[in-house]
Write a protein that binds this ligand. Structure first.
Ligand code: GTP
Ligand code: MG
Length: 278
């Protein structure tokens, strides 16, 4: 849990619009005086402020609930925002380096004649991933979370103002690489998709069950590497179904293109179910 690991004490988020290259910081400077007289000033969201106050006053658990409740409220607003514009929003989550950006760039390039896709990129630092997405020609905004290990609904709300995605389109949100905290934060997306690569070990679904339980789909990627790694695909699928019997599973390689047709079909069907013109 983020409140326990304290990852987002100062995660106010920096948003960079790749069209204008303008960076927007969201600061809320704030001073604390601790019981021993120590004074410190820092900046963060109000919900994150609750988080620090919680630690100071030893009431972490109840305030953790407050943080998630506030996030859920903003996520509901985002969901309405997407619905009003007939936008399909997906939240792509995985551990660092599993292959989210590679899958996204290939998907955009191969579906750009059929679908209008824009992207919100989440990383602690750099605009590297947003630059890669920009090369595909689609709209992209980078959110840097600093010490934060996940995106939250408030960051998405501000990111969407910058991104300004068109009506009847798809917004792909690439979350910060992390198999733990992103599972807790509803962003207002229509579905969460977890990406697992075959270099990570087949036991990840049972070791990190929350993210697999929260996801509608698991994309098992880098299957081109199966000849070189010890990875039991059947067992991995069994584990994923054990924590989430409804999870859909696709096996793909974003390198060779193997299996991507099933993912594209799923995506276009989702888009069709919203009556977004294809
Ligand atoms: N062999 C192989 N390599 C892949 C595949 N997909 C991605 N990679 C490689 O895996 C590495 C990480 O890929 P990224 O797409 O940057 O992963 P990511 O999940 O976006 O990483 P973060 O944003 O840092 O969390 C890169 O070196 C990619 O070339 C794949 O299907 N097969
Ligand atoms: Mg990436």
């Amino acid at each position: 849990m983020c409140v326990t690991c304290g990852c987002s004490d100062d995660a106010e988020g920096k948003i960079t619009n790749l069209e204008t290259s303008e960076a927007n910081h969201h600061h809320d400077h704030h001073t604390h005086t601790l019981p021993d007289g120590t004074v410190f000033t820092h900046s963060h969201h109000h919900d994150k402020a609750s988080h620090v106050h919680a630690k100071i006053h030893g009431t972490t658990i109840s305030l953790e609930q407050d943080i998630l409740a506030k996030n859920n409220l903003l996520a509901t607003q985002n969901r309405g925002w997407f619905k009003g514009r007939n936008i399909l929003a997906l939240n792509l989550m995985s551990s660092p380096g599993a292959g989210k950006t590679t899958l996204l760039t290939r998907t955009i390039n191969e579906l750009k004649q059929q679908l209008t896709i824009s992207v919100i990129e989440g990383d602690q630092e750099t605009t590297n991933d947003a630059q890669k997405i920009k090369e595909t020609g689609c709209k992209v905004v980078q959110i840097n979370t600093g010490t934060g290990c996940h995106l939250d609904a408030s960051m998405i709300e501000r990111g969407l103002q910058q991104l300004n995605p068109p009506l009847n389109s798809v917004v792909m949100i690439e979350n910060v690489g992390n198999l733990v905290c992103p599972a807790l934060f509803d962003l207002g997306e229509q579905a969460k998709v977890v990406i697992l690569s075959v270099t990570e070990g087949e036991d990840k679904p049972i070791k990190y069950p929350h993210i697999f339980r929260a996801s509608e789909m698991m994309i098992l990627t880098k299957i081109d590497l199966l000849p070189y790694v010890q990875f039991d695909v059947e067992r991995c699928i069994e584990y994923a179904k054990q924590v989430n019997p409804h999870i859909q599973i696709f096996q793909v390689s974003a390198m060779t293109g193997a299996g991507l047709d099933s993912w594209y079909k799923w995506l276009t069907q989702k888009v069709g179910s919203l009556s977004i013109p294809v």
